[in-house]
Design a protein around this ligand. Sequence first.
Ligand SMILES: [Zn+2]
Length: 340
Amino acid sequence: MGRAAHAAAVCLALVLASGALAPIAAQNLKDVDLVAERAAIGQFQDRDQRLQDIGWMMVRGNAEFCERVIPSIGLQLQDTASYGRPDIAKAALELDGAFAVQTAATGSPAALSGAFARNREVTAIAAQDPNLWEAGKRMHWERLTRAHDWIDAALTKAGTVTIGFADGSAASVTAVPVCTTRFEILGDSKTAVADGSRVVIGARFPGFAYEEDEVFAGVVAHELAHNLLGHRDWLERNKRKRRHVRLTEREADRLMPWIMANAGLDPAGAYRFMTRWGKKHSLGIFRARTHDGWDERAEFIAAELPIIADLMEREGKADWSVHFRREIDPNKGLDIAQRD
Ligand SMILES: [Zn+2]
């Protein structure tokens, strides 16, 4: 096969539809180049790591302003059942079971513990062996979601979770609060989307090719902003009219530099992202008519920068929950009883 893009492990969930699996499905395990497979998995994991690192800085750095917060240790696992060919993934990663470390976000409690090296085999999560949970034969992503839910549940209950490893050792890690959003890479996709509780970036998203973190961070911040401002629910309550979408998009743009500033990133990166890079690419988040023009969008972002700079100087943080001017009434469409 040779082409890394065909590697079994890269075929998470929705890749199935691409047809790229056909040659892989027919292969005998003994004919597979496991070194190439491992390298392809590694490439995919590098992208995931980049997303998790930036995502962590954002959900951690903005936690005190978020309406919904959960305890997190910044750990992401992988389950070979979610790959197109679990047997190939297992052999390439030299695993006996299906679960291993995918990423520990830089700066997170998981990373600081030093226990979560990439691909380290995991055999227990909060006193349960996830390998014993039922899974489909391949492309089965639900069990991994269950594992992450199980970690969240343990942390919500106790603030600490114990993860056991195949070598018999274990690590107990204590959580810190973060804004409630998970970051995920989607196999065969070029787009970036937010669904209210997740930010999902395609593994083929063009931004990955760029060295500058601000370009990548800008996209993540824009999508995260939709979640933090509750846009999905708001649009469901008040209809996805063109005008409504435009206002929520404008809010997401304007919140980008606030999110970045609190994450320790240069808030002006949001402006540079919009002007220098964004207009050349179709990101899936910039659809015609429902969005303002490029120049306008960049200007809206630029207008936030002095406000943020002033707050950072005076308070050391940019509290958008207090100081960010909304374009929409966040309570619109709620019954009086539902309002805060
Ligand atoms: Zn958007």
